[in-house]
Design a protein around this ligand. Structure first.
Ligand code: NAI
Length: 328
């Protein structure tokens, strides 16, 4: 059989971590013939909770689970890591300014970037940042890992992508798998731009099927952008199971490919479509079966799309500027 891969998960005993670890260990992420070792990172005060999660993982008797590391030391968590899912982050506390939140996370992700640089398996590593502000946290981690290819870092917009697919499937009375060429541009935040202009179902354009520009602009786009807040309002807690599920989708597709289909990933920008080089920016991507992603090229954005693109680009530049002096 295959050798086990090492999967580091930070914030492992948090809400998302609690959903994520069991799905990874069951084979949902890397398939039924890929053994895994989970390397869990938590804060010192959460080590007891992590112990409980680890006991439950044992009690599932997952055939693929070959080991569990529980640690509060990033160097141990990332030792030999083939995958790193960076979920743990500093949440916004009452009265905290956005700039302070960015800086508190910049510290966490600087430490973790350095620890990845020193300890991870650089030839195989795939990093997914889930913890918010995810795009800028990915930038910070990557910049602190100078010996790792920045293309091995990504931030998660797959939840936004999946949320968009669900809304579109409902509106058109189709299945989520029928919808092609939908994407999220930019930041994982309320400025993100869910774009249906290239979308199709069975080769027929989504805009012509929906034929309701008012719905797209006044209903669809804000619904996807504000979905996180709507979940909190309904559930009293932020989205965790759906976030974990999107992380599973992101890593699976990045490993095994997307069968020629588009998905959305926030990845290192070389300046494609006018985003600033070095930002972690969500693009439409296709992943080949060997696990290499390519940004979809040559799309023509209309005036409305260009305005939306510019808004989310400007926000990412602003976030980067707020933490600039903390970058190496
Ligand atoms: P949570 O607060 O339940 O769990 C976070 C866990 O991370 C806690 O157990 C905490 O002890 C741990 N942690 C904090 N700092 C750490 C550090 N430096 N090292 C290791 N562990 C650390 O939060 P939840 O609901 O699991 O969300 C986690 C993050 O994911 C949040 O930042 C949230 O905003 C973000 N998120 C991102 C989404 C996306 O689509 N990109 C979707 C949903 C949530």
């Amino acid at each position: 059989g295959k050798q086990p891969v090492r999967i580091a998960v930070t914030g492992a005993s948090g809400q998302i971590g609690y959903q994520l670890l069991f799905r990874i260990a069951s084979g949902s992420m890397l398939g039924p013939d890929q053994p895994v070792i989970l390397q869990c990172l938590e804060l010192p005060q959460a080590m007891n909770a992590l112990k409980g999660v680890s006991m439950e993982l044992d009690d599932c008797a997952f055939p693929l689970l070959k080991g569990i590391v529980q640690t509060d030391d990033p160097n141990r968590a990332f030792a030999g890591a083939d995958y790193a899912l960076l979920v743990g982050a500093r949440p916004r506390s009452k009265g905290m300014e956005r700039g302070d939140l960015l800086k508190a996370n910049a510290e966490i992700f600087s430490v973790q970037g350095k620890a990845l640089d020193k300890n991870a398996n650089k030839d195989t590593l795939r990093v997914l940042v889930v913890g918010n502000p995810a795009n800028t946290n990915a930038l910070i981690a990557a910049r602190n890992a100078p010996s790792i290819d920045p293309k091995r870092f990504s931030a998660m917009t797959r939840l936004d992508h999946n949320r968009g697919l669900a809304q579109l499937a409902e509106k058109t009375g189709s299945s989520v798998t029928d919808i092609e060429k939908f994407c999220i541009w930019g930041n994982h935040s309320a400025t993100q731009y869910p774009d249906i202009n290239f979308g199709s179902i069975n080769g027929k354009s989504l805009t012509s099927i929906i034929n309701d520009d008012e719905w797209v602009k006044k209903n669809f786009i804000p619904t996807v952008q504000q979905r996180g807040a709507a979940i909190i309002a309904a559930r009293g807690l932020s989205s965790a199971a759906s976030a974990a599920s999107a992380a599973i989708d992101h890593m699976r597709d990045w490993t095994y490919g997307t069968n020629g289909q588009w998905t959305s990933m926030a990845i290192y920008s070389e300046g494609e479509y006018g985003a600033d080089k070095g930002l972690y920016f969500s693009y439409p991507v296709i992943v080949s079966p060997n696990g290499k992603y390519e940004i979809v090229k040559g799309l023509q954005l209309d005036q409305f799309s260009k305005e939306r693109f510019e808004k989310t680009r400007a926000e990412l530049v602003e976030e980067m500027t707020a933490i600039k002096e903390l970058l190496p």
